[in-house]
Design a protein around this ligand. Structure first.
Ligand code: ATP
Ligand code: MG
Length: 417
């Protein structure tokens, strides 16, 4: 992609009311636009990152054996009343609206109820089970505070999955497999080393639900970690649970700032019972389905990744989610000979499948370097008059600052896999 043809622009300043580092950097680097507190447009660069995050999650959801669908954002009042969750006192993040034809609708903050209800058309016998579906959907939540940038939006993208099982064993097996799938996602997203499966309160059937908490200075949560044993406990559980049962003592746990990137939840049979999702088991008895729900914060992840890896010059993307792998920075392009040489490496790389953002703008080197640092692609290849004379490109690794001088042949050998 040539930058002169690309809809992107960096900015010196983020909006004055933006306090969060993730949003400040993403706005300045041209990934997102702040529409209002808690609502951000995804610009072309930001959309590529989100699509990469989604694709990793999608692949792991496929391995887990779930099917993608897309539910509506408009939801029925009657359905949420059935589970006693329409009331604002019970769910304090509802956005609701009036239909012109009369009656109220809810705007999706979650999809547990509608999807469970929809599954009545698909589940009638134990032979239909187990099954699971998932989606990437915009959630709307009337969050009281939206000060963490895209880490807490009033509108945000979530991956939510729902499992339906005939027996406790089936249900447990899926729940455990989802933990493995989630860990794989976070590993591929570059945050596997310090993302922990965390005991959390809740779960209609079990004592605990599980959060996936990743160490992050600007996260809104505090998690109690014992890294040696790999045990993590959230604040609520710390107050209530018997730590001995969890295999850890209080002084082994270190309070750590974290961000919740995922959450898996066990409904047992309660949700299905409330919604009215029953099936005929092997004995021909009519019983409720075992249900679980599994969320990952897609847009929050983009913010968390920015917060975790950024340095004082800007964003530093892990390769798996970077919008492009290489930032080709062309200097002295007013000279036709140099322009041809830089065009040459650009087409050689792109032809071989390397994704390249080519800074072909007419701008000063200092400005180009500063923008390139801010945008944060994994590798920068600098092509200048000096380089052409010595036949070498300067290759800089964004994360480490390592600088190498490589010929075109060496660049291709290094980047084309
Ligand atoms: P939190 O405790 O952070 O408010 P939650 O427990 O309400 O989150 P869930 O309903 O479990 O969140 O949603 C699943 C995932 O969606 C969360 O783990 C988080 O990563 C993400 N998420 C939740 N709320 C928001 C939000 N307002 N903005 C962005 N992502 C969110
Ligand atoms: Mg949660």
């Amino acid at each position: 992609m040539r930058q002169t043809k690309f809809f992107t622009k960096t900015q010196k300043e983020a909006p004055a009311d933006e306090q969060a580092k993730n949003a400040q950097l993403l706005i300045r680097a041209g990934y997102i636009h702040k529409e209002m507190a808690g609502a951000y447009q995804l610009l072309p660069l930001g959309l590529i990152v989100i699509q990469k995050i989604k694709q990793i999650v999608r692949e792991e959801m496929t391995v887990l054996g779930t099917n993608e669908l897309l539910a509506t954002n408009l939801q029925r009042k009657e359905l949420w009343e059935r589970t006693a969750r329409w009331d604002d006192k019970v769910v304090d993040v509802w956005f609701k609206s009036e239909l012109k034809a009369g009656g109220e609708v809810g705007l999706a903050w979650s999809h547990e109820e509608p999807i469970a209800d929809m599954m009545k058309n698909h589940i009638s016998s134990y032979k239909d089970l187990p099954t699971a579906v998932y989606q990437f959907q915009n959630k709307l939540r009337n969050e009281l505070r939206a000060k963490s940038g895209i880490m807490r939006g009033r509108e945000f993208i979530m991956k939510d999955a729902y499992s339906f099982s005939a027996t406790e064993e089936q249900h447990e097996a899926f729940y455990e497999a989802s933990k493995v799938a989630y860990s794989k996602c976070f590993e591929r997203l570059g945050i596997g080393d310090d993302t922990y499966v965390t005991f959390a309160a809740g779960g209609a059937f079990t004592e605990f639900s599980h959060e996936f908490q990743t160490v992050c200075e600007s996260g809104e949560d505090v998690t109690y970690l014992c890294k040696e044993k790999g045990i993590a406990i959230n604040e609520e559980v710390l107050k209530k649970a018997d730590l001995e049962e969890l295999g850890v003592t209080r002084d082994e746990l270190v309070a750590t700032k974290t961000a919740e990137v995922g959450n898996i939840f066990n409904f047992g049979r309660q949700k299905a019972e409330e919604v009215g999702l029953f099936f005929k088991d092997k004995e021909c008895e009519r019983v409720p389905v075992w249900m679980g729900s599994y969320g990952i914060g897609i847009t929050r992840l983009m913010g968390v990744i920015v917060e975790k890896f950024a340095d004082d010059k800007g964003i530093v993307w892990p390769e798996s989610v970077a919008p492009y792998k290489v930032h080709l920075v062309g200097l002295n392009l007013e000279d036709d000979e140099i322009r041809d040489w830089v065009d040459g490496i650009y087409s050689a790389l792109t032809k071989r499948g390397v994704s390249v953002l080519f800074d072909d703008r007419d701008a000063r080197p200092g400005e180009k370097f500063a923008d390139s640092d801010l945008i944060g692609l994994p590798y920068r290849i600098v092509a200048s008059r000096k380089g052409k004379e010595s036949g070498a490109f300067e290759v800089v690794t964004r994360a480490t600052g390592e600088v190498r001088s490589l010929t075109e042949e060496e660049v291709l050998a290094d980047f084309v896999k």
